[in-house]
Design a protein around this ligand. Structure first.
Ligand code: PLP
Length: 371
């Protein structure tokens, strides 16, 4: 859907009359967890058919008032993004690849018949929020400020059609290191009762509904003593797609040759992760063989049995890279031996974090300086 271009984006600024006192903020920042505390401000901008995007407002964090007949509550036109702002060694703050997240938001919007944001708006609005709440960006210990942009349909009425009004908002939440003391391997339940995404569906869009339909499978995984769901393709239940809300990679070692392989995106059923894309770039640069293709579950399990599949890991903004320990299905359980500290996963994880936290040169232009 077309958006009305907004040439220069005016932002109305309404500072919080009573931001959280420093001591309270510091208490939260000492152990923020994930997605539990929110900063003093938020950004809101509204779209109306015919008029396009209105004036953005940076305002105190507060609840929305929604009519019970608000379209998003009934028919699920709701999409979101997730990315982070990182404190840099020189005291500045950078986000990681905001342009890639802006682009993906607009692709999600297109799939759900929602308007895209005009070029530059995503970064201008998220920058404004980060600047206002820069005290909330964790320093040290690999914490970061998690940004959650979202868009939802706000037309009031029960007619089933694309809404004529939308709201785009951005909130921010300080996040601690996702896994303190290094990531413990996660154990996966191979899900065959449910699917996350089918060809022609919304799997490649970051929409709320994808998560709603995944929760019952997550509960099933936990019932089987596992941490997360491994999703298979909807048609044959043979090919690996994603882990929960993260993309997956596998490592094959034959002699000295190391190959990274990951499910290809061309089925349209896999969320195109920015972390995934970045890892592919880093891996090629590091000289690993890289394959994007279909990955059969049997290939993986046989590879684990004979020892050629030496690592499996999941990746996403929230947790960066997490090793996978076991695959469990109704047929049995397959365990990957912990690969140790010089694993491919640990090497790539360090490279990615070093770029995000400004500890190495930004070879690919992925850091965006906010303030
Ligand atoms: C957000 C998300 C990812 C990871 O994307 P990143 O851009 O790397 O954070 C992977 N899978 C699903 C289903 C997601 O929603």
């Amino acid at each position: 859907m077309n958006s009305t271009p907004t040439p220069d984006l005016p932002i109305e600024r309404i500072p919080h009359p009573s931001p959280l006192p420093t001591e309270e903020r510091e208490r939260i920042m000492a152990s923020p967890g994930f997605g539990r505390h929110f900063t003093d401000h938020m950004v809101v901008i509204r779209w109306k058919r015919g008029a396009g995007w209105g004036t953005a407002s940076l305002q105190p964090y507060q609840p929305f008032t929604l009519d019970p007949a608000t379209s998003a509550l009934h028919y699920g036109q709701a999409i979101f993004e997730g990315f982070k702002a990182y404190a840099q060694p020189d005291g500045s703050i950078c986000t990681f690849r905001p342009d890639a997240h802006a682009q993906r938001l607009n692709l999600s919007a297109q799939r759900l018949a929602m308007p895209g944001l005009p070029p530059g708006a995503f970064t201008a609005l998220t920058d404004a929020l980060i600047q206002a709440d820069r005290q909330w960006v964790p320093r040290g210990d690999e914490g970061a400020l998690y940004l959650r942009p979202m868009m939802l349909a706000t037309e009031v009425g029960l007619g089933v059609r694309p809404s004529s009004e939308y709201l785009f908002a951005v909130i921010a939440s300080p996040a601690g290191a996702y896994f303190r003391g290094g990531a413990a391997p996660v154990n996966l339940w191979v899900c065959t009762d449910h699917v996350r995404a089918a060809p022609g569906g919304t799997g490649a869009a970051k929409c709320a509904g994808n998560y709603a339909s995944s929760l019952v499978a997550q509960a099933e995984a936990e019932k089987h003593g596992c941490d997360q769901v491994l999703w298979l393709d909807a048609t044959e239940h043979r090919f690996v797609e994603e882990m929960g809300g993260m993309n997956v990679f596998f490592v094959r070692r034959v002699g000295a040759a190391v190959t990274l392989f990951t499910p290809a995106l061309d089925s349209g059923t896999i969320l195109p992760g920015v972390t995934r894309a970045s890892i592919l770039e880093l891996a090629r640069h590091a000289g690993y063989q890289v394959e994007e293709r279909r990955v059969a579950l049997t290939e993986l399990l046989e590879g684990i049995e004979v020892g050629t599949v030496s690592e499996a890991f999941a990746c996403g903004t929230a947790a960066t890279i997490v090793p996978i320990g076991t695959f469990t299905s109704s047929a049995g359980s397959w365990k990957i031996e912990p690969p140790g500290s010089n694993s491919v996963a640990a090497t790539l994880r360090k490279q990615l974090l070093d770029i995000q936290f400004g500890r190495v040169a930004d070879r690919w232009g992925w850091r965006h300086r906010v303030c």
